[in-house]
Design a protein around this ligand. Structure first.
Ligand code: AMP
Ligand code: MG
Ligand code: MG
Length: 235
């Protein structure tokens, strides 16, 4: 390990930005696996949105293997909104999520239980755990989101409002948008703009949660290649 890598590992160097390091940068990343998450929620046009609270309607997470630069597992569940069960035309248009998909979904507490079951399976399969977790996984993982909205606002507020227990694992994450802004110092133009900026096209449908999560993972892969260290931003 050279001095620069050591300094980075000890946290004394925040930004390492070098194309030369390319994929070898994965070995100096703090996490072996990243759980890239992107919620879709109920929404309305400008006038209505001020009066109403959003509820999660799609809960997708992709498990990204840092070393091999690939998605190795996916979780996706549609969720029934209980406060405003009928999706607005605006929301259907934006997300592409249809009324029957949420009607056939599960309530948020059930979705959280299903996610817990899924994550526990992945932890055993890939021998991983969150830092400080109770399991005996030797590999580490962390949540990644584009902005703080998903875990810092959307899930947090809905759980508080509905008195749903929210597992403590959802309290720490990497806001890849903040790291992007910090490292590339370019005006933010959204996820697809960030991808374009690094030479990638958005694949699939924007605002489909699963596609957003997959594309965020692709962005993360490119950022790692460019030397960005994926460290926790909310701890
Ligand atoms: P995104 O991950 O960018 O697809 O956005 C997540 C959620 O934020 C969406 O499911 C909507 O609830 C809300 N949202 C995103 N863009 C807009 C918009 N232009 N107007 C209103 N709500 C939006
Ligand atoms: Mg999003
Ligand atoms: Mg989205």
């Amino acid at each position: 390990m050279n001095t620069r890598e050591l300094a980075q590992k000890l946290g004394s160097v925040e930004v390492i930005y070098s194309d030369k390091n390319a994929r070898s940068n994965s070995s100096i990343q703090p996490f072996d696996y990243l759980l890239v998450l992107d919620f879709e929620a109920t929404c309305w046009n400008n006038l209505d949105s001020k009066k109403k609270q959003s509820e999660i309607i799609e809960f997708p997470v992709v498990l990204y293997d840092v070393k091999n630069n690939e998605i190795v597992a996916e979780f996706q569940q549609y969720v029934i909104p209980t406060e405003h069960p009928k999706l607005s035309d605006f929301c259907i248009q934006l997300t592409g999520i249809q009324q029957n998909q949420v009607d056939n979904g599960v309530p948020l507490p059930t979705c959280l239980l299903e996610f817990m079951r899924w994550i526990n399976e992945q932890m055993k399969l890939y021998n991983m755990d969150f830092p400080g977790g109770k399991g005996d996984g030797t590999k580490t993982c962390a949540f990644v989101t584009w902005s703080d909205w998903d875990l810092g606002v959307c899930l947090k507020k809905e759980c508080n409002r509905k008195r749903i227990h929210c597992h403590k694992m959802f309290r720490k994450w990497i806001d890849v948008r903040a790291l992007y802004k910090l490292h590339f110092k370019r005006p933010l133009t959204g996820l697809s703009g960030a991808l374009l900026d690094l030479g990638l096209q958005f694949e699939g449908k924007e605002h489909c949660g699963l596609h957003d999560a997959r594309n965020t993972a692709r962005l993360v892969g490119k950022m790692i290649e460019k030397g960005v260290i994926l460290r926790l931003t909310k701890n």
